[in-house]
Design a protein around this ligand. Structure first.
Ligand code: ADP
Ligand SMILES: O=C(O)[C@H]1O[C@H](OP(=O)(O)O)[C@H](O)[C@@H](O)[C@@H]1O
Ligand code: MG
Length: 357
C-alpha cells in the first residue's frame, strides 16, 4: 500500500472513549481506552500539482447569511475548524521526517476531511482528524514502515500542541492502535523509550456499554481549571488523587481480565468521583454532572469519556436497566446510544514496527 503515489488515499480515525484512568494520562499515569465505532473522521489525500488544504464546507465556514448567523456560529462552534489541524500535522510530520533522516518524495497533494464526531464532547474529534491525516501522509510518502506505531500518538499530540490545544496521549493512542488498549505513561520509561507502554487488550473482555451526550453542550465546563498548575506545583491532594486515578486503570485491567464486572462498575464510578473532587462542580459543569447522574440514579455506573461532554455507562443489571437509563435520557434531553467498539485496524506493516512490550 502507498507505493502508487498517483492514487487517492482515504483514511478514517474513530472517536475514542477514555474508559478508566483518565485524566491521569496527562500526568504520567495510566489509562484504558478504546476506539469508538459510532463516530469517525475521514481524511482524503489526492495527489495534485499544488499543495492544497481544502476547507470543509460547513466546519470551516467563511461565508455567512448575515451578521447574526456569523455570531451564532462563532458562539456555538468557536473560531476554528479542521484546516489548522491538517496544516499542523503536515508541519509536524515533515519536521519528524527531517529530524529522523526520512526522505520524502517531492509530489504534492490536496487534503480534505469530513467528520461526524460531535464537537466539544470529549470524544476526541480534533485528534481523529489529525490521526486520519497522518495515516494518509504515511501512505502517500510510503513511510509507514519507518514511523513506529508507538511514536505516532506523539506526532498527533505535537500537532495539537502546536495549536495550543491542551491534551494528553490517551486519546491518540486509542485512535492509532484501535481496539482496546491499556497504557502506562510512567515518567521513567517515557523518558527512556520516548513513548508510553501500550498493551492491546481483547475487546471481547468489555461488557455492553452505552454512551450519553448532549447535542448542544453549551452551558457546561467553561470555568478554567487549576488542576494542571496545582499538579505542577506539587499540590499534595492533586498528586495523590491523580495517583489513585492511575491505579484505577491498573485495577481495571485486572478486573476486565477476570471479568469481574462488579469491580469494574465500582472503578468507573470511583474514577468520576475523584475527577469531581479534583476539578470541582463549577469546572465540570452542571449539564455534564447531570449526564453522569442520570445513569447513576438507576444504579448504572458512569463516568466521562474524556474531559466532559459525553459519558460512558455500564449497566450491571443488563437490558432492563439500560432501558431505564434510556428513558431518563429522553426526559433529560440527552442522546443515549449503545457503544460500538471498533477493533484495531493496524495492518501488517504497522505491526512490524511495534516493539515488544
Ligand atoms: N467537527 C469539527 N470540524 C472541524 N474542526 C473541528 C471539529 N471538531 C473539532 N475541531 C477542531 O478541533 C479543535 C478542538 O475541538 P474540541 O471540540 O475541543 O475537540 P475534542 O472533541 O477533541 O475535545 C477545534 O478548535 C477545531 O479546530
Ligand atoms: O480529561 C480527560 O479525561 C481527557 O481530556 C482530553 O481529552 P478531550 O477529548 O479533549 O476531552 C485529553 O486529551 C486526554 O488526554 C484526557 O485524558
Ligand atoms: Mg480535545
Amino acid at each position: 500500500m502507498g507505493s502508487d503515489s498517483s492514487a487517492a488515499i482515504e483514511h478514517r480515525a474513530y472517536a475514542r472513549v477514555g474508559l478508566l484512568g483518565n485524566p491521569s494520562d496527562v500526568y504520567h499515569g495510566r489509562a484504558i481506552s478504546f476506539s469508538l465505532g459510532n463516530f469517525w473522521a475521514s481524511v482524503r489525500l489526492e495527489p495534485s500539482k499544488d499543495l492544497v488544504i481544502v476547507p470543509h464546507p460547513t466546519n470551516d465556514l467563511v461565508q455567512f447569511e448575515s451578521l447574526p448567523h456569523l455570531v451564532n456560529r462563532l458562539e456555538s462552534d468557536g473560531y476554528y475548524g479542521g484546516v489548522r489541524l491538517l496544516m499542523a500535522i503536515c508541519k509536524i510530520f515533515c519536521k519528524y521526517c527531517k529530524d529522523n533522516s526520512i526522505t520524502l518524495h517531492e509530489g504534492n497533494f490536496k487534503l480534505s476531511y469530513d467528520t461526524n464526531i460531535p464537537r466539544q464532547t470529549g470524544l476526541s474529534g480534533s485528534s481523529a482528524i489529525v490521526c486520519a491525516a497522518l495515516s494518509c501522509l504515511l501512505d502517500f510518502y510510503d513511510v509507514r514502515h519507518l514511523i513506529k506505531v508507538e511514536i505516532r500518538p506523539n506526532l498527533i499530540l505535537n500537532a495539537e500542541k502546536e495549536l495550543g490545544i491542551v491534551a494528553g496521549l490517551q486519546d491518540r493512542v486509542a485512535q492509532v492502535y484501535g481496539g482496546l488498549v491499556y497504557m502506562d505513561f510512567d515518567k521513567k520509561h517515557m523518558e527512556e523509550l520516548g513513548h508510553g507502554k501500550y498493551e492491546p487488550m481483547d475487546i471481547g473482555l468489555l461488557p455492553h456499554l452505552y454512551l450519553i451526550y448532549a447535542e448542544n453542550p453549551s452551558d457546561s465546563g467553561k470555568v478554567h481549571s487549576t488542576v494542571r498548575e496545582r499538579w505542577l506545583s506539587g499540590d499534595k491532594f492533586i498528586r495523590s488523587t491523580i495517583e489513585e486515578v492511575a491505579n484505577i486503570a491498573l485495577e481495571g485491567r485486572e478486573a476486565l481480565i477476570k471479568r469481574d464486572y462488579a469491580k469494574f462498575a465500582s472503578l468507573m464510578n470511583r474514577n468520576f468521583d475523584l475527577r469531581r473532587k479534583m476539578f470541582g462542580d463549577d469546572v465540570l459543569g452542571a449539564l455534564n454532572i447531570e449526564m453522569v447522574e442520570v445513569a447513576r440514579r438507576v444504579g448504572a455506573a458512569s463516568k466521562f469519556t474524556g474531559s466532559g461532554g459525553a459519558v460512558v455507562v455500564f449497566c450491571p443489571e443488563g437490558d432492563s436497566q439500560a432501558k431505564e437509563v434510556e428513558d431518563a435520557c429522553k426526559n433529560g434531553g440527552f442522546v443515549f446510544q449503545p457503544v460500538q467498539v471498533m477493533s484495531s485496524r493496524l495492518n501488517e506493516i504497522d505491526l512490524e514496527t511495534v516493539s515488544p512490550i
